[in-house]
Design a protein around this ligand. Structure first.
Ligand code: GTP
Ligand code: MG
Length: 174
């Protein structure tokens, strides 16, 4: 008797957007390499990494990740990375109100110019710094709900909720 195994591999283009310093590169590094680099350098232009999730089950998603540069001077490049993306992860830093406003700017831009069916996640990073919290979870939850986004607070430093973020995105695209 022959046993056939069908493995569905879907390639998923995922883009990270958000202000400089919120921890986008650290989130990707934590997800792909499993470590945290406190001396992470600002991203220039954008950087690309890929990671496959779910090798053991029948739906395997390979994330092709564009980690964009948050510095203002690179803002005009962003459409190159989000146009055609299946998933957009918009990141802010829970200790900075300003980065939360910047996240809202990116959400509006995605709503105007990204693919209509794009899956969006709002991510409050640096959750380990809760003593310095400037953006309440409630405020972010309400904003995410209003805009049809998945919401999660993460810490690239402690790894809290990083895998959960990508697992959730995997379920959404599978
Ligand atoms: P750009 O590349 O300029 O857009 O910035 P970025 O969003 O990629 O930021 P990056 O990942 O380089 O992180 C900036 C700094 O924030 C890092 O050097 C870390 O020290 C710090 N950082 C990132 N994630 C966390 C986190 O979860 N907790 C804490 N405490 N610090 C973090
Ligand atoms: Mg970066």
């Amino acid at each position: 008797m022959h046993v056939f195994l069908t493995l569905m591999l879907s390639l998923t283009w995922l883009v990270l957007l958000g202000d400089s310093g919120v921890g986008k590169s650290c989130i990707v590094l934590r997800f792909v390499r499993g470590h945290f680099d406190p001396t992470s350098k600002v991203t220039v232009g954008a950087s690309f990494l890929s990671q496959t999730l779910g090798l053991q089950d029948s739906t395997t998603v390979k994330f092709e990740i564009w980690d964009t540069a948050g510095q203002e001077r690179y803002a005009s490049l962003a459409p190159l990375y989000y146009r055609g993306a299946a998933v957009a992860v918009v990141v802010y830093d829970i200790t900075s109100e300003e980065t939360f406003r910047k996240a809202q700017y990116w959400v509006k831009e995605l709503q105007k110019h990204a693919s209509p069916g794009i899956i969006m996640a709002l991510v409050g990073n640096k959750a380990d710094l809760h003593e310095n919290r400037a953006v309440s979870s409630q405020e972010a939850i309400e904003y995410a709900e209003k805009n049809g986004m998945f919401f999660i607070e993460t810490s690239a430093k402690t790894a809290n909720n990083i895998i959960q973020l990508f697992e959730k995105m995997k379920i959404e695209v599978a």
